[in-house]
Design a protein around this ligand. Structure first.
Ligand SMILES: *Cc1c(COP(=O)(O)O)cnc(C)c1O
Length: 435
């Protein structure tokens, strides 16, 4: 090795030592990185395409300086808000979109989309198994006041087949006169199942609309945005839904959610979010518009960094002998990396590593605890600029077998890498792995 390189290498190690990393962990990282470098080119190509797509949408909708300031009060004629909704609609190739700071989280956005488009006597179908944990109370799978069930909306579910594929035969049987809306979750949520590609989602939608053309299809797009060059709205989804403190907020959105889709569906969502008859014309954007625009602009590259981190995490933990989903060589459809750690103890150590790598609250040691909307205790590591933001470096998971941790985010690839290495460091210090 040449002298300059080794000197530079030592300087680099010094700063990593200061963060708490040790030689064997850094060495593992170097080795793994060599093995996955070619994957990074594919990820960069997707980012470049999506960067151009967002830029084109901003130009086509004539975003200007007046869009970046906010309104107060009723928010009538809020040009920034209305233009941002047009930018989302252009990017996602939909007729309309609702993008608002008043949507408090992803669950809220999904609840609006569902309750706006389902009426008493209608049936909701999930053809991809159990939906995300917090939707159980929205739907009424777990009892809750104001659930869809309480309003007389029934629910049916068809589980995935053993190998994670769609059970077309039983999906066909489940579609009936009452079936009004079909919900498809793109990302795995807290389950050890594959996330779906947009192409797979498109095939499922075609199958369903082949049986019942008038059915409305909603895709829970959380964590999926900009991981591929097309979105589910381009393959037949009537609505796609997500959170602004995940991918499309690019780390800068301080709060909010979006729904993009057909004008018919989105108009109803506006009426549900505000009030019947009032709809989209109110909703002051206060002071968040600049961040929502800039975050959306940065999102394709932030997502690319997070995807690189996920691939790196997969390869590191594969190398250590853990079961990971997806595998390091698989194509990505979201930013989530799950790792079956096998024990609550290992989940805690992992999260403490991620937390220890955070820019904010790094000295806090995460503990499992109950969280509203979730059935099991959940452990979460997130030392984020935006509270609970999971486009920032974060890890979480319910404390239940198979004790899988779900790792995601990282505003930069470099931060992802340090975070993953810190998680390994904590497992190593606790004697939970050998190096
Ligand atoms: C994050 C997420 C949601 C919504 O969660 P919030 O915490 O309410 O934003 C819904 N579905 C999936 C698949 C998710 O990952």
């Amino acid at each position: 090795m040449n002298k300059d390189y080794s000197k530079k290498n030592n300087i680099r190690r010094d700063i990593l030592f200061k963060l708490g990393l040790s030689d064997p962990v850094i060495d593992l990282g170097e080795k793994v990185l060599e093995e996955i470098k070619d994957k990074f080119e594919e990820i960069d190509a997707i980012a470049e395409y999506n960067q151009a797509k967002v830029l084109q949408a901003m130009q086509a909708n004539r975003v200007d300086a007046s869009c970046l300031t906010g309104t107060n009060g009723y928010g009538h004629d809020d040009i920034g808000r209305d233009t941002l909704e047009a930018v989302y609609a252009t990017t996602f190739k939909t007729e309309a979109a609702i993008v608002r700071p008043h949507i408090t989280c992803g669950t809220h956005a999904l609840a609006i989309a569902l309750s706006a488009n389902l009426l008493p006597g209608d049936e909701l179908l999930s053809p991809v198994g159990k939906p995300y944990d917090t939707l159980e109370e929205v739907i009424g799978i777990r009892e809750s006041a104001c659930s869809l069930k309480e309003y007389g909306v029934t629910y049916r579910q068809v589980d995935l087949l053993e190998d994670g594929s769609f059970d077309y035969e039983n999906i066909k049987k489940a579609i009936n006169d009452k079936t009004k809306l079909v919900t498809i979750q793109r990302s795995k949520g807290y389950q050890m199942r594959p996330s779906f590609s947009v192409k797979e989602i498109g095939e499922l939608i075609s199958f369903i609309k082949g049986i019942k053309p008038e059915v409305t299809v909603m895709v829970d797009n959380c964590y999926g945005e900009f991981t591929e060059i097309i979105e589910p709205s381009e393959v037949g989804a009537d609505m796609i839904v997500g959170s602004l403190i995940k991918n499309p907020g690019g780390g800068l959105a301080p709060t909010g959610g979006y729904i993009a889709g057909t004008k018919k569906c989105i108009d109803r969502c506006h009426y549900r979010l505000t009030a019947p008859g009032v709809g989209q014309d109110v909703g002051a954007s206060l002071h968040v518009m600049g961040n929502l625009y800039q975050g959306f602009f940065l999102s394709p590259t932030v997502v690319a960094g997070a995807v690189k981190g996920a691939v790196f995490a997969a390869k590191v933990y594969e190398t250590l002998g853990f079961n990971v989903l997806p595998g390091s060589s698989e194509i990505r459809h979201d930013i989530i990396q799950s790792i079956e750690l096998g024990s609550a103890e290992a989940m805690i150590a992992f999260c403490r590593g991620i937390q220890g790598a955070a820019p904010v609250d790094s000295y806090i040691a995460p503990e499992p605890c109950p969280i509203p909307g979730y059935p099991d205790e959940v452990i979460m590591a997130a030392g984020a600029f935006v509270q609970g933001s999971s486009i920032e470096l974060s890890a979480d998971g319910p404390i239940r077998p198979p004790y899988a941790i779900y790792f995601q985010g990282g505003l930069t690839w470099e931060h992802c890498k340090i975070g993953i290495l810190m998680s390994v460091q904590k497992l190593y210090e606790q004697n939970l792995i050998k190096l």
